[in-house]
Write a protein that binds this ligand. Structure first.
Ligand SMILES: [Zn+2]
Length: 140
């Protein structure tokens, strides 16, 4: 048995229907045995199933290449940050404040983790932060 999502071209009603196999669907459709429960139209089509859409789309592979490009750029960026910034981990908000309020403290620029709330608080205090996506080393 195979389940298809069918769509009525006249009223856009979408409904599920069971067939013993894909050939049975074609046969019933040819003989006009398929009809819409709502408007009784015979213009019934199979809706595309998601896996088919993904496999048949060539654009998808282009997207994957784009994602790889972006990832490698992010990796370079991450390297730059690591070499030039001091990592403060979860203490980011605290460290950012201590640099901001203690002008004598000549620290390196810092990077670390902060919650959305902490970032908003820092911004309100006039402490500028930049957010960027961080890629795990485990990923390629
Ligand atoms: Zn219909």
């Amino acid at each position: 048995m195979i389940k298809y999502k069918l769509i009525c071209k006249d009223c856009n009603n979408i409904f599920d229907s069971w067939f013993s196999n894909s050939r049975e669907y074609e046969k019933l459709k040819k003989r006009k045995y398929l009809n819409c429960h709502l408007c009784e139209s015979k213009k019934i089509e199979k809706t595309l199933m998601a896996p088919n859409v993904l496999n048949s789309s060539n654009d998808n592979s282009k997207d994957i290449i784009k994602i790889k490009e972006i990832k490698s750029k992010l990796k370079e960026f991450k390297k730059f940050i690591k070499n030039n910034f001091k990592y403060v981990g979860e203490n980011f908000a605290h460290e950012a404040r201590s640099i901001h309020y203690n002008s004598k403290k000549k620290d390196k620029a810092i990077y670390g983790k902060a919650s959305q709330n902490e970032i908003e608080d820092l911004n309100q205090e006039g402490i500028k932060t930049e957010e960027f996506p961080w890629i795990d080393d485990k990923e390629n």
